[in-house]
Design a binder for this molecule. Structure first.
Ligand code: SAH
Length: 352
């Protein structure tokens, strides 16, 4: 007996949709029409696709489904600039999506996996390991959810960071599908330059991304200036040590002409000492790079604390004196624990 599992059209490119609807007698231009309903107009039921004949809408409904998202929880920072949404999919799995209203535009931080397998000691997303990959459609659905929120205020999504829960390069094909799809004119038509992908440093996948020749910004989670400290914070460093990660980033910068960003989460007493700043200067000197210092959002489960304001400023100044291009990430959403995985961990303590 065959079970009738309907194919989900959400997350597919227009030509893929066109191919799938052919057997129903729908002409190929209908593929783009359906894609526009799904991605441009945020329509999630075939019945509302009014430029398609009623009987054809009914047969689409019999054969296909559309990814649905629902809101499980939301939090808004006191200053109103950061909003965090816990969104769930058909299997009730939930991920976090964060909207940051900057002076230069609206940025959305999307998750790429439910949970994470990477095991970084300071990160809440990885506390219960990896649950599953998100599909390209599920990553896109997070953006379209925020698009709807913003439309009510006559605003739009201006940039995207893949910095939510999960390791984007460990879910390579789905992430690439999402990035290419959001760039399509029948979707958000977003420039690749407005997309930043953050990775803990999976070297072979960084090289694979370099081969895709997309001008997105690559952001490397560095967090330590030497191998022994980095390995103690990030288990991935045992597989891909610092030198290899930096060499892969250099290849990315050379191929795309894009400056690589290095993220450095400052943790009190662990990686925030003047000696670490000096090592970092030696490591990054002469590279086409930006350093982004992120004072840690304390994760109580891990017992890791944020350095004092003075220590943060001192670290920043040491890097500046070493002629590194450095910024301290504006502390957005600390009051709503906007660091990856923290809301999901609080709400879904028992289910993942
Ligand atoms: N897996 C990817 C993307 C997700 S994490 C990566 O490792 O880059 C996005 C960024 O937030 C990473 O730089 C990560 O190290 C950082 N981060 C995680 N937990 C944090 C915390 N508690 N405080 C501050 N930054 C954190």
């Amino acid at each position: 007996m065959t079970t009738n599992v309907k194919t989900d059209l959400f997350g597919l490119f227009a030509p893929e949709i066109a191919e799938l609807i052919k057997p129903l007698g729908l002409q190929s231009y209908r593929g783009k029409q359906i894609a526009e309903w799904l991605y441009k107009h945020n329509i999630r039921q075939f019945a509302s696709m009014t430029n398609i004949a009623k009987d054809q809408r009914a047969s689409l409904d019999n054969s296909f489904t559309i990814t649905q998202v629902s809101l499980k929880a939301e939090q808004h920072s006191v200053d109103g600039k950061t909003s965090k949404f816990l969104l769930s999919f058909s299997d009730d799995m939930a991920v976090e999506t964060v909207l940051m209203r900057h002076t230069y535009g609206n940025s959305v931080c999307v998750s790429t996996q439910v949970g994470c397998a990477m095991g970084c000691t300071f990160c809440a997303s990885t506390l219960n390991g990896l649950v599953r990959n998100l599909t390209g459609g599920e990553i896109l659905a997070q953006i379209l959810y925020i698009t709807e929120v913003l439309q009510q205020q006559e605003q739009k999504v201006d940039s995207i960071v893949l910095m939510g829960s999960g390791e984007p390069l460990a879910n390579f094909d789905n992430v690439l599908r999402f990035i290419r799809l959001i760039h399509e004119d029948y979707c958000l038509n977003l420039s690749y330059r407005n997309i930043t992908l953050s990775t803990c440093g999976l070297v072979s996948e960084i090289d694979k991304l370099t081969g895709e020749k997309l001008p997105i910004t690559l952001s490397i989670s560095l967090h330590a200036p030497n191998n022994s400290l980095r390995s103690s914070l990030m288990p991935v460093n045992k597989r891909y040590p610092l030198e290899q990660v930096l060499a892969a980033s250099d290849r990315y910068a050379a191929a795309t002409g894009r400056r690589v960003t290095y993220e450095y989460t400052l943790i009190a007493g662990i990686n925030d000492q003047p000696s670490h700043a000096k090592e970092l200067i030696t490591l990054l000197r002469g590279r086409l790079a930006n350093i982004n210092l992120i004072p840690i959002n304390p994760v109580p489960e891990r017992g890791l604390l944020r350095p004092s304001v003075n220590d943060i400023i001192q670290f920043e100044q040491l890097l500046q004196r070493g002629r590194l291009n450095v910024t301290v990430r504006r502390e957005m959403g600390t009051d709503i624990s906007a660091a990856c995985g923290q809301l999901r961990h609080k709400v879904c303590r028992n289910d993942g």
